[in-house]
Design a protein around this ligand. Sequence first.
Ligand SMILES: *Cc1c(COP(=O)(O)O)cnc(C)c1O
Length: 403
Amino acid sequence: MPLAQTVYDAEPIPEGARAEVDRMLQSGDLFRYCAPENAPVTLLEGEFAALMGSKYALAVSSCSAALFLSLKALDLPRDARVLIPGFTFAAVPSSVIHADCVPVLCEVGENYRIDLADFDERLDDSIAAVIISHMRGHTSDMDRIMALCNARGVPVIEDAAHSLGTTWRGRNIGTIGRIGCFSFQSYKLVNAGEGGILISDDPDIIARAVIMSGAYEHNWAKHLTAPDPVLEAAFVRAQNSLPLYNLRLNNLSATIIRPQLPEVARRVTQGRANHDHVAARLNASPWIHVPDKLPQEQRAPDSIQFNLVGMTDEGARAFADAAAAQGVKVQIFGMSTDNARAFWNWQFLRGPAPDLPRTRSMLMRACDTRLPARLTQPDLDLIVEAILTAATSVMEHQRAYGT
Ligand SMILES: *Cc1c(COP(=O)(O)O)cnc(C)c1O
């Protein structure tokens, strides 16, 4: 029996968006700075900041744009070194290069989280900023990371593209570092096709990011939705002194995002229940290991990652093929020549190729399968059966023939 729906189908956009989109198509009011106040993008920023419990938010065209603007807002000198995890999406090292900085990679462990001993070793005086990428929503130990970075006065940007709804000791991911960045691309929890947002409590960071995002002339004034003399002073300081990169979000996208924000809590609960059901069943297999979350973390997964145990390279490939033959797409991060999450495929990096043996060996056995919140129990069980059957058949063959 095939899956009732493919894991790549999106959830419908809530009905509430329709009337507002229609109204906008009538008026042509698509640019965030057209209206004197209450533009959908501005309303989204207020709602998102409130949802996260942060002071300020700036909506932009993608999470990549948010990461780039975060680095620019920190005013790092050219060629500043930025420490990032060796397991993340290519957007992260790309944003560092885009900001004229140099990415420095650190090791990531078998549990997809930053290897803190290696992180600590690489966090030397040459590091000007850190981007913590909560890859696939897996949270690294933020207590230890913040302690190490605060001790050196190094600012932390959280790439929370895939972590909306995740908490760390009850605190929203994205609010722990100086700046948090999120994505509204279709494969994330909230879907506008494209879009991103950054949050911060720091008025200077926000003022600088707002202007560089394309708030030319005095358009920054439209970001002052309530009297805020501190923020206003930061805007005045930044006026005319920064380049405009025009990475704004448009009103249509904001209108599609806003009615999804009240859905976040439900999607998080469902996604977590789905993930934990599949994880428990997969962990019963001796050939599959789903690493535990950290105790401080409450996850908001829309996919599952697991490691193949005891399989050769050939076996791992045969496993992915066998799962695909049953209609379940499992991607092994390190097994294709173009996977954007395998660091050795980031050939745009300058200098010697990064040498991260632990991250590499993890990526060669780490599997990735989408598990969107809307999947039903029968769908989940079909996915589980396909994965378990594929693993068992490969291991029986491997044991019988020693390949
Ligand atoms: C999706 C993603 C990004 C990039 O987001 P865009 O909005 O597509 O630019 C960055 N980092 C991580 C971890 C992601 O999952």
